[in-house]
Every structure is written in structure tokens, then in C-alpha cells.
Ligand binder design. Structure first.
Ligand code: GUN
Ligand code: ZN
Length: 441
């Protein structure tokens, strides 16, 4: 095979998921990843394998060599709020007071594009430092907050999905959609402006049932019907007070989830954060339509919301993946999120605890999250055809990590050591579209 100049080689350890549907990782000690820019301008992975086997097939390949480091898929965050970057760590007596006292007042500021831009740039820098290369992200109710985010992601060549938050009631002035019809027109305008442009995607984003009128929810459902390949994102069944409120506001609905279902907001490419207090009918319904749960354990622990039920979700065939839910969540770090997910599953409230395998946790934040977003084969893995967004791990990044990771005997032990001890220092490099991003290391 010839190696035109736009082919690049990356030599290091490799970690990937050979069957993207299966949470089983493969590790290659001395591997080669080959990437190239294709005719549509996207840089994709062309080949992956042991260096000794692959290198002879690419004789003139320029190769970046990182001895001792390990290339792994860029992480995918299934649910995060960029406007809550400065809300992290705000203590409250649960979700509803937290929204009222910190989050809503803070989000009002995003009507100002210059402010939104400063936060967006910091937020994307932070994602990169933590190795998160794709996110499904909430903006705020202000359409400008979407324009600013999309423009910045486009400039950085990132694959990102976001949307204007729909909230036309039970929200303060300055954050509430005062004209429901206008909020829906704004959503349609933003879809036409941004969805499918470069690597950007749009998500129809009703905040949660209590802050949308039935008219707004049904209008959002009609837009979803009109644009079948846009995403839908919201929150469901996170907190007991919230659930009581929803049952008062929507007495006709069988469950909280059913409010969205009746509005036409439950389908493939819909991602619902939390899903703690679903019942089995809800779980099976989500599975049936191909909807996804964004499991957000650091947020659920911080706000005292509850515990995602992995056992019941697996039994129902519900798809799920991991999310930081910053700023209810306490960290941008996928390592912190995976660690918290492990802890939550160990509690497995009301049942014997389960131990999620480290490969499974890692998959939930990479290939599994990508599949849940319908972006399998594009991001979250290193298989040929995937877009060239990856991280380079330094398993010896801290004295304790160095000591612990060099004493492991199996891949599972090695991954566990990184999940439990890791943070952004593990990310030696982040590569987006075949280019190293400046993450200050
Ligand atoms: N429910 C409605 N809005 C929010 C939010 O911003 N964060 C979380 N965690 N739950 C919500
Ligand atoms: Zn959220």
C-alpha cells in the first residue's frame, strides 16, 4: 500500500473495542494506528494493529512514537451542561432548590454572547484536558448560547451536539421562554442553521417536564417528527420531589417518562438523563423505541438524587452510557465518573451489589456511549472508519499511578487502577481530527 503524505502513523500502546457492541477491550502493547484525511475532509482511522505487522504495509509513513503511553478512544459524555461550568460544587437540599438558588439565576447570564463565548471556550478546553472529545450538551434557553457553542466547536473541528433549552413555565424572568411559539421557531431555525454542518448536531432540548407547558412539549414532539435524525435530550425520574410535581402537573400520564412519550419525544436518538426512578414498564418502553439513559453518578451522589439501577436496566434491555452532568455532576473527568458508576453499582440499593467490569465502565464512556447516540462507527472507538479523535494515556502520570499500574497482571486490573486513581493527569495528549490539541502539557 502506498502512503500519501496525508497518511499519519501513531505508535504507542493501543486500547480499543474490536466488537463495538461488546464491552470487551483489546490491548496491544506496541501498536500502530494509521489515520488519513479522506475526500470529505474528515480524518479517519485507516488501520489498527500490532506495530510489527502493520508498519511494513506503510513504508513511508510519518510516525509519531509515544513509548510507554497508550492510545485510547476519546471519551463521549452523554449529558453535560456547558453553562453550568461555574455552578459545580453548589450545595443544596436536592435538585429543585439547587435549580432555583444556583442554576437558574446563573443561566440567565447566557443571553450575553460575549459571556457565553468565554464560558464555551473554557468549557471546551476543559473537555480536551480531560480527554472528552464528543459531548451531548445542554445550552440555555437563549438561542445565542447555541450559536456561540456551535461556532466554537466548528472552529475546533469537534463532533458536538447541543440545543436551545425549552422552558416556558416555572422558570424565572430572563430564562423563561415568554412566547412558546417563538421558542419552537427558534428551535427549528437552529436546526436548519447547525444540524449536520461539519461534525455538529442539534438536540431538541426540553429542560424537563415541570418547566415546559404541554403545548411546548407537544410542539417539540412535532419538530422531532419533522426532523427524524436530530437528537432529543431531557431529564427524567431524577428526584422524588420532582416526580411528585410531575404527577401533579400531568395527572393523565402513566409515569414521568410517559409525559415525554405522549408528546412524541421518546424514540431512537433521544437521551434522558438520570432514569433513576423508572419502573419496568418505562425501562422496557425505552428499550423498545431505542431511547438511551445517560447515567450521571457524580451528579446523583452530589445532589442526593438516588442510584441508577443497572440490574433492572440490563434485564429490560435499556441502553445506557455515562455522563458527567456538570454542574450537578462534580467533575469533567471520565475517570471520576467511571469510578462513581462502579461505586453506585456496588451499592445496588435493595439488591446484592454488583461489580461492573472495568472494560464495561470504559465502554459505557466510549464505544457504548457512541452507540447509544447512534454514532457508533464514528466516535468512541479506534476501528477503521472511525473519526480520528483519541486520547493518549500516561499510566505513570503520578507516583501512585506509576507504582500501582506497574504491579497489575491483567488488563482488567490495569484499567481498574486507572479508573480508581485517575484524573486529567492521565491524559498526556488529546488528538482531534488527527491534530494534537494544546492541553497545556
Ligand atoms: N432537571 C432540570 N434541569 C436540570 C439540570 O440542569 N440539572 C439536573 N441535574 N437536573 C435537571
Ligand atoms: Zn443535566
Amino acid at each position: 500500500m502506498t502512503s500519501p503524505s496525508f497518511f499519519q502513523g501513531w505508535r504507542a500502546g493501543l486500547l480499543w473495542f474490536p466488537d463495538p457492541q461488546m464491552p470487551q477491550a483489546q490491548h496491544e502493547q506496541d501498536g500502530l494506528l494509521v489515520t488519513a484525511r479522506e475526500a470529505d475532509g474528515i480524518v479517519r482511522i485507516q488501520a489498527i494493529g500490532p506495530y510489527r505487522d502493520l508498519a511494513p504495509q506503510f513504508p513511508d509513513l510519518p510516525v509519531t512514537h509515544w513509548p510507554g503511553l497508550c492510545i485510547a478512544p476519546g471519551f463521549v459524555d452523554l449529558h453535560i451542561h456547558y453553562p453550568q461550568t461555574d455552578v459545580i460544587g453548589s450545595p443544596a437540599e436536592g435538585l429543585l432548590p439547587w435549580l432555583e438558588h444556583y442554576t437558574f439565576p446563573h443561566e440567565k447570564q447566557f443571553s450575553e454572547p460575549a459571556y457565553a463565548h468565554e464560558v464555551t471556550a473554557f468549557f471546551m478546553d476543559e473537555l480536551m484536558r480531560h480527554g472528552v472529545t464528543t459531548a451531548l450538551c445542554f445550552a440555555t434557553a437563549h438561542p445565542e448560547s447555541v450559536d456561540v457553542f456551535m461556532a466554537e466547536a466548528q472552529k475546533r473541528q469537534l463532533r458536538m451536539v447541543t440545543g436551545k433549552v425549552l422552558q416556558d413555565r416555572h422558570s424565572p424572568d430572563g430564562l423563561r421562554d415568554t412566547d412558546t411559539a417563538l421558542s419552537l421557531r427558534q428551535t427549528e431555525d437552529l436546526i436548519r442553521r447547525w444540524h449536520g454542518v461539519d461534525r455538529l448536531g442539534y438536540a431538541i432540548t426540553p429542560r424537563f417536564a415541570p418547566t415546559s407547558s404541554p403545548e411546548q412539549l407537544h410542539g417539540a414532539g412535532e419538530i422531532a417528527h419533522q426532523f427524524p435524525d436530530v437528537w432529543i435530550q431531557s431529564h427524567v425520574a431524577e428526584n422524588l420531589d420532582e416526580i411528585r410535581w410531575v404527577s401533579e402537573l400531568f395527572p393523565e400520564a402513566r409515569s414521568y417518562l410517559d409525559v415525554y412519550d405522549r408528546a412524541g419525544l421518546l424514540r431512537q436518538r433521544s437521551v434522558y438523563a438520570h432514569c433513576i426512578y423508572l419502573d419496568d414498564t418505562d425501562r422496557r418502553r425505552m428499550a423498545e423505541v431505542g431511547a438511551t439513559a445517560a447515567v450521571s453518578p457524580t451528579s446523583n451522589l452530589f445532589l442526593g438524587s438516588g442510584f441508577f439501577d443497572y440490574t433492572a436496566s440490563d434485564a429490560a434491555g435499556l441502553r445506557y452510557g455515562l455522563a458527567s452532568d456538570v454542574g450537578g455532576g462534580t467533575s469533567f473527568s471520565p475517570f471520576h465518573t467511571m469510578h462513581a458508576a462502579y461505586t453506585v453499582a456496588r451499592q445496588n440499593v435493595g439488591r446484592p451489589g454488583i461489580s461492573l467490569a472495568p472494560e464495561h465502565l470504559w465502554w459505557q464512556h466510549t464505544a457504548g456511549a457512541a452507540a447509544a447516540l447512534d454514532l457508533g462507527g464514528k466516535v468512541g472507538n479506534l476501528l477503521p472508519g472511525c473519526e480520528a479523535d483519541f486520547v493518549v494515556l500516561n499510566p505513570r502520570a503520578t507516583p501512585l499511578l506509576a507504582r500501582r499500574t506497574t504491579q497489575t497482571e491483567t488488563l482488567a486490573e490495569w484499567l481498574f487502577a486507572m479508573i480508581v486513581l485517575g484524573d486529567e493527569r492521565l491524559i498526556a495528549h488529546t488528538v482531534v481530527q488527527g491534530q494534537r490539541v494544546n492541553i497545556g502539557r
